[in-house]
Design a protein around this ligand. Structure first.
Ligand SMILES: C[S@@+](CC[C@H](N)C(=O)[O-])C[C@H]1O[C@@H](n2cnc3c(N)ncnc32)[C@H](O)[C@@H]1O
Length: 237
């Protein structure tokens, strides 16, 4: 079972890359750059969309994601890239909820029809409760984790949001950005084995090796072939 599921993951990565390249991300920019000690308006801002934005949009389109939760909004670039992945005509149930303690994205996202912002720390009760409310306490398709790049926060947010929102897929930026993120990613690799992939090792068109970009596949009871067929002896993510 592991081989075919891993092949499926790889196939979905390649298809997402191809699809993403064809999507229109004009105007979807990162905004104010981050320097070594935080936001730095003196650094030059990107003039083009980030390469991982194309992958995010392609992934949403290829995997048919409609319910997406993001931790780490910054200026709404990745949230808008995810939104460009939705197929038109819209079905009306597409929703992206993005959480950040900062308010830099307010002028950019506040009137967006499919993106809702939550202001606060993702691991806090008020943010979790508001996100549960916005998703009607139902599972989501995709969790995109790109917030504080520290071990405790990253692990806490991963554990909280995978438990409470049961995403099928988790994408994670910056898994090799620093020693704490590398330790965090090592824990996920230890737990999920072949179902945790560093996509920087598969393609150089998503993110460079440092910072890296992770993909964890978490099929739930409704989607896991082993459990859906009633076979309990198969290894599962
Ligand atoms: C790397 S930026 C996000 C970039 C954005 N995802 C993109 O690709 O365009 C990280 C963001 O995480 C936010 N952040 C920091 N601590 C957080 C926390 N505990 N919960 C949620 N977001 C947090 C920061 O304010 C910052 O905007």
């Amino acid at each position: 079972m592991i081989g075919p599921m891993r092949d499926e993951m790889l196939d979905s990565v390649h298809k997402s890359l191809n699809t993403g390249r064809r999507l229109d991300l004009s105007g979807v920019l990162y905004g104010m750059p981050h320097g070594p000690s935080g936001l730095d308006p003196t650094l030059p801002a990107d003039a083009a969309p980030k390469s991982y934005y194309y992958f995010l949009a392609g992934f949403v389109r290829e995997m048919g994601c409609r319910r997406i939760l993001e931790l780490g909004t910054h200026m709404g670039g990745s949230a808008r890239a995810l939104d460009r992945g939705f197929s038109e005509p819209f079905r009306g149930d597409e929703l992206i909820v993005t959480i950040d303690p900062g308010r830099l994205a307010v002028p950019i996202l506040s009137s967006h029809p499919r993106i809702r912002m939550i202001h606060g720390l993702g691991e806090r009760e008020d943010a979790v409760q508001e996100a549960l409310r916005l998703f009607g306490n139902k599972p989501i398709d995709l969790l995109f984790l790109d917030s504080l790049h520290e071990f405790d926060t990253a692990l806490q947010q991963f554990a909280l949001y995978t438990t409470l929102f049961s995403p099928k897929y988790v994408l994670l930026d910056d898994i090799a950005l620093n020693p704490e993120m590398r330790r965090f990613w090592a824990v996920l690799c230890q737990r999920y084995g072949p179902f945790a992939m560093n996509l920087s090792e598969i393609s150089d068109q998503i993110q460079g090796p440092d910072p890296g970009f992770g993909f964890v596949y978490l099929p739930g009871p409704a989607t896991a072939p082993a459990r859906a067929s009633g076979r309990q002896d198969e290894p599962r993510p």
